[in-house]
Design a protein around this ligand. Structure first.
Ligand code: ADP
Ligand code: S3P
Ligand code: MG
Length: 161
């Protein structure tokens, strides 16, 4: 199992697809799976039931993953300490992006419920999570200025070595 972790916009969903292809492993996109189970978008789910409801679903789903796969987690997977147990059953790869990269990529984004409010609030969330990603990571890959092919190659190289 390979878990990709990192802040919103670090490229987990994009990289997971490519990495799965290259390694011929199934890809599990946690947000998509939760959207299917709940029959609504993450955005609507947050609006209707709030963040803690989503976190429950996220933790429950994470625990059910059994197949050897590439898992694209949501950026908030590190918000609950109990998620560290299922994460520790696989290799955790942290896609580390700078604040500038995140802002550039998510400037126009309206789909992520926690990518809202003023910049200071968003940056606080970003800074608060850095140590948490580092804590769960087996490997850290800096993504700034790299395309997904480069990132995928680097992940494969790291996991081999
Ligand atoms: N290596 C990359 N270089 C430039 N843009 C990227 C890269 N990886 C992803 N993106 C773009 O950044 C945005 C967020 O990517 P996404 O894979 O959804 O991240 P995450 O799942 O970590 O939130 C998307 O618009 C995506 O096309
Ligand atoms: O960082 C977060 O708390 C979240 C990140 C999102 O996934 P991405 O990291 O793929 O954007 C999604 O799970 C939800 O909107 C909450
Ligand atoms: Mg994603």
């Amino acid at each position: 199992m390979i878990f990709l972790v990192g802040f919103m916009g670090s490229g987990k969903s994009t990289v997971a697809k490519e990495l799965g292809k290259q390694l011929a492993m199934p890809v599990i996109e946690m947000d998509e799976a939760i959207e299917e189970e709940e029959g609504m978008t993450i955005k609507t789910l947050f609006e209707k039931f709030g963040e803690s409801y989503f976190r429950e679903k996220e933790t429950t789903f994470l625990k059910t993953i059994k197949a050897d796969s590439v898992v694209s987690t949501g950026g908030g997977i590190v918000e609950r300490e109990e998620n560290e147990i299922p994460l520790s059953t696989g290799k955790v790869v942290y896609l580390q992006a700078s604040w500038e990269t995140i802002v550039e990529r998510l400037q126009q984004d309206t789909t992520r419920p926690l990518w809202n409010g003023d910049d200071e609030q968003k940056k606080k969330r970003f800074e608060n999570r850095q140590g948490k990603y580092e804590r769960v990571a087996d490997e850290t890959v800096v993504v700034d200025g790299k395309d997904s092919d480069q990132i995928v190659s680097e992940i494969i190289h790291r996991l081999k070595g």
